[in-house]
Design a protein around this ligand. Structure first.
Ligand code: ZN
Length: 314
């Protein structure tokens, strides 16, 4: 099985901006990268949406918070309280502006005067430059600064372009000893006892190309973060307003559909998702249309959408 068949999948939990509407939830998305579930932002009602769209609370070990505005964090205390009620005992990692710790601790100590049964590890973000904030054998996550009224970071999630796999039948056929296998994976050929050279390409599956997703919200249009999202397969970019509200977008440090699409075009991403729609738009079609005029591969997200991240065509 190639790693391309492993999940790299985004579930949309909320698509609205700050003011509540009757049919949208504030920002939250869950990205499943090879079985790791990353929660990105946690607006009010996130835990209800997780229930609705069948994301188990215990699967979430890492939460990435772009900035400390209510529509991106009001769901945190509810979600953490539920984790306590459910008897969680493993660590929870939160990547955010450093002040978040005070905000969460104050609420927790009010509700739970004793110790809570698991550790919350806070990881402060760098708002000046791009930074690697999480890494394991298969996945890397980077933060990078955006341009909003308060310190804000976007995130980029990358599958690592791992080594190819050895083909089991070939290991058997040539009786390849264990001590030789890592060397072959790294590009070496195999020399048989009879002196035949079996090339690396015959012994291994093709190296897969890694997939990537970037998340940009909230931000004003600014070319400074284009390099951080260049060539990603899927980009989520906020599009709070349509172009007729461009001045409002600029003064409130938000983007229009046109802005989001321009970033997608300049960064040569594979596909674009837009969301964080202002409550003034009952229908997001005007925002979507103006984005598609610039970047046709644009989709306006809705609650419950499940989107596969696929390698973009080069
Ligand atoms: Zn927001």
């Amino acid at each position: 099985m190639s790693d391309q068949t492993m999940p790299f999948q985004l579930t949309i939990l909320g698509t609205s901006s700050a003011l509540p509407t009757s049919n949208r939830y504030p920002t939250a998305q869950v990205l499943n990268v090879l079985g790791r579930f990353f929660l990105i932002d946690c607006g009010e009602g996130t835990q209800t949406q997780m229930r609705k769209f069948k994301i188990g609370f215990s699967k979430i070990d890492h939460i990435f918070i772009t900035h400390l505005h209510g529509d991106h964090i009001f769901g945190l205390i509810g979600l953490i309280s539920t984790m306590i009620l459910l008897g969680r005992d493993k660590d929870l990692h939160i990547y955010s502006y450093s002040e978040l710790q005070k905000y969460i601790s104050a609420q927790l100590s009010f509700i739970y005067p004793g110790e809570i049964p698991f550790k919350i590890a806070y990881h402060p973000l760098n708002y000046k430059r791009e930074q690697l904030i999480y890494e394991d054998k298969k996945v890397s996550v980077y933060s990078f600064p955006l341009t909003h009224r308060v310190p804000t970071c976007g995130f980029r999630f990358e599958e690592k372009s791992g080594l190819p796999n050895l083909i089991p039948e070939k290991i058997k056929e040539y009786n390849i000893p264990i001590r030789e296998r890592q060397r072959i994976k790294e590009g070496g050929d195999f020399l048989t006892n009879e002196g035949f050279v079996i090339p690396h390409s015959e012994l291994t599956t093709h190296r897969f190309k890694s997939r990537s997703f970037a998340f940009c919200s909230d931000t004003r249009f600014d070319e400074s973060y284009i390099e951080s999202v260049r060539n990603v397969d899927l980009l989520y970019h906020e599009a709070t307003f349509a172009h007729d509200n461009q001045e409002l977008a600029h003064s409130t440090f938000h983007s229009t559909g046109k802005d989001a699409a321009t970033i997608a075009l300049k960064a040569q991403v594979g596909k674009l998702l837009i969301g964080h729609f202002s409550a003034r738009y009952k229908d997001n079609l005007p925002i979507l249309k103006e984005a598609q005029e610039i970047f046709p591969e644009t989709k306006a997200i809705s609650e419950g959408d499940v989107i596969q991240v696929e390698k973009k065509k080069s």
